[in-house]
Design a binder for this molecule. Structure first.
Ligand SMILES: Cc1ncc(C[n+]2csc(CCOP(=O)(O)OP(=O)(O)O)c2C)c(N)n1
Length: 366
């Protein structure tokens, strides 16, 4: 008989239990047997239109940033299935707590595009949200939204509403204390939160396998006593289905769910000085391009007779026009006043800030 009491093979056994959920293969064919899709033809087209919108927004935002017309920008191309399909499973009344890369979901949830651009340019008006928008501004502090999402979800539960709070972080975010606190708290209070981890392989330049010894990020849910699921994050139908089920589970009063999406960002981490060539090879990029979520959906829709080049071109053009109008509006607005910026820092400004406000107000009046 072995003298060992601890079952050290438990770790490996557990990792194998977290299989990646997939629905569409790279040829756009449904691989799940007896699969019944929860989306009508119209909804499928709308989901794809939103994904095209997001890719177009990414391309234009990158150019606008390079022209000095946008400020902070975190590229999203490659992550459309993860971002847009998860958002597609949500309700308007659900509360979104986005991270800096989740601007597309925020705009689709109801933030006017010009305000997203204002946020990128550091203008306070970018944070003045319409009253009916259930969302917070994007968070730059990694993992912080997880704690806030747990709190918002508890609020939803106390008000007896059938909604969820949903939030996003990256793979790196799951190494933060806030991540564990958030999922633990929501689990303990059975708060209706949907936590999405967008595992795009890198936290800036740090590869996923250098960030944690955990074989999957989905299994981090186990310690919090909540369900965790890993899904192919380049497969819009799988992401949609998983998020929809997670939402139903949470709104039925069962508590939160953690979803890990396996995805990839084609561009740099942000446009503020990162060069992905220093830590990623062309071979890795090429491999992920073959899994592209748009190509996969296009093939699937074509086989169903739901796609045409003309229609897609029309969507791209409409998006470009929408972006042009939004950026023009932003550029025609009065410049941000420093006094106004300072007034937004506190409800009751401390004496030193008050002095600064007065100093700048006098300067700006000249
Ligand atoms: C608390 C905190 N620590 C460090 C940073 C600096 N930082 C910005 S992005 C980033 C990496 C995030 O990687 P990941 O969570 O995988 O998200 P991704 O950007 O890849 O979606 C870091 C460390 C920060 N913003 N906040």
């Amino acid at each position: 008989m072995s003298k060992k009491i601890i079952d050290f093979s438990q770790l490996d056994k557990m990792a194998k239990e977290f299989k990646t959920v997939k629905v569409l293969n790279e040829d756009g064919e449904i691989i799940k047997k007896d699969w019944e899709l929860d989306l009508s033809d119209e909804q499928l087209k709308e989901l794809f239109r939103q994904m095209i919108w997001s890719r177009t927004l990414d391309e234009r935002s990158t150019k606008l940033n390079r022209q000095g017309r946008l400020g902070f920008y975190a590229p999203t191309a490659g992550e459309e299935a993860s971002q847009i399909a998860s958002n597609f499973a949500m309700d308007k009344a659900d509360f979104l707590l986005p991270a800096y890369r989740d601007v597309p979901q925020l705009v689709l949830h109801g933030l006017p595009l010009y305000q997203a651009f204002l946020w990128s340019r550091g203008h306070v008006d970018g944070n003045k949200y319409p009253a009916d928008l259930a969302a917070l501004p994007p968070q730059i502090i990694i993992g912080a939204q997880y704690v806030q999402a747990a709190g918002v979800a508890l609020g939803i539960k106390l008000k007896d509403q059938r909604q969820v709070a949903y939030t996003y972080t990256g793979d790196g975010g799951t190494s933060q204390g806030d991540f564990y606190e958030g999922i633990n708290f929501a689990g303990a209070f059975e708060a209706p939160a949907v936590f999405v981890v967008q595992n795009n392989g890198f936290a800036i330049s740090v590869p996923r396998n250098k960030q944690t010894a955990a074989p999957t990020l989905a299994q981090k849910a186990v310690a919090a006593g909540i369900p965790g699921v890993q899904v192919d994050g380049m497969d819009a139908l799988a992401v949609y289905e998983v998020t929809k089920e997670a939402r139903e589970y949470a709104t039925a009063g069962n508590g939160p769910v953690l979803i890990e999406t396996l995805t990839y960002r084609y561009g740099p981490h942000t446009l503020s000085g990162d060069d992905p060539k220093r830590y990623r090879t062309k071979e890795t990029d090429d491999l992920w391009h073959q899994k592209d979520p748009l190509v996969r959906m296009r093939k699937y829709l074509t086989a169903k007779g739901l796609w045409s080049q003309e229609e897609e071109d029309g969507w791209v053009e409409a998006t470009r026009n929408e972006i042009n109008e939004a950026i023009k509006k932003v550029e025609n607005m009065p410049k941000q006043k420093i006094s106004e910026y300072l007034q937004n820092a506190f409800v009751d400004s401390p004496a030193e800030i008050q002095q600064e406000i007065e100093r700048y107000t006098a300067k700006e009046a000249k």
